[in-house]
Design a protein around this ligand. Sequence first.
Ligand SMILES: NC(=O)c1ccc[n+]([C@@H]2O[C@H](COP(=O)([O-])OP(=O)(O)OC[C@H]3O[C@@H](n4cnc5c(N)ncnc54)[C@H](OP(=O)(O)O)[C@@H]3O)[C@@H](O)[C@H]2O)c1
Length: 250
Amino acid sequence: MFNLSGKIALVTGASQGIGEVIAKELASQGATVVCGSLAFTEEDLKRVVAEIQGAGGKADYVLLNMAEGDTVRAAVTTVVERHGGLHILVNNAGITKDKLLIQMKEEEWDAVLNINLKGAFLATQAVAKPMMKQRWGRIINIASVVGQMGNAGQANYVSAKAGLIGLTKTTGRELASRNITCNAVAPGYIATAMTDKLSDEVKESFNKQIPLGRMGTPADIASAVCFLASEEAGYITGCTIPVNGGMLMP
Ligand SMILES: NC(=O)c1ccc[n+]([C@@H]2O[C@H](COP(=O)([O-])OP(=O)(O)OC[C@H]3O[C@@H](n4cnc5c(N)ncnc54)[C@H](OP(=O)(O)O)[C@@H]3O)[C@@H](O)[C@H]2O)c1
């Protein structure tokens, strides 16, 4: 348990899955959490906010599309105006559009790169100013084990996640002098809607590749995020923490 009281956090893609659990965990450790996602998820965002408030936490939501810079910048401005600052950014929003690379359409490449990688760049650029003013910031990118090892059928997604690890190192170097850290968490296979659609057979074959013998949970990822967001992680920057049950030990 870390003390995040007084900190304002923006979590992208917080309407469901890993982002929802990250938002709830940050709030349970005292942060005021702003949940961000696409306009059509507004009802889910309202539900997540109500659940956080019901548990005694502080929460709010903004609508944004990570592929559209104007909406990302407007969301960051809204958070700062409403809450008086922005201390923690979690770039969690992400999509997949899997296909073997010889069949992958240009628009499938662009969509995944735009949301997963360009979106993180846009949000990082937007939060840099308020964080520099505060002389305190934590930027946490949700990468993936496949960004570290490659994966057949995911050229777009793997390239975006590998790019995110590079963005993490550069951001860490550029903003360190202002007491802003930037780190990534690289989940392995996590049980969410994204992996729910896999057959039991495929899930079983995954489990065999994982020394800890099970898929991860969103809570496993949220724990690593809360640590990286904390005061206690202040001497860590540019690093990618693997949370993958041991399936890759980079
Ligand atoms: N699940 C895994 O096994 C796994 C493994 C490694 C890494 N990850 C990463 O972890 C993160 C969360 O994954 P998840 O499994 O929780 O996925 P998820 O359940 O599909 O949630 C993704 C979230 O991102 C939002 N989103 C999608 N496109 C967006 C956009 N253009 N602008 C703003 N928000 C957008 C989604 O909103 P909608 O509800 O509208 O789609 C949703 O809230 C992703 O970055 C993913 O790549 C997941």
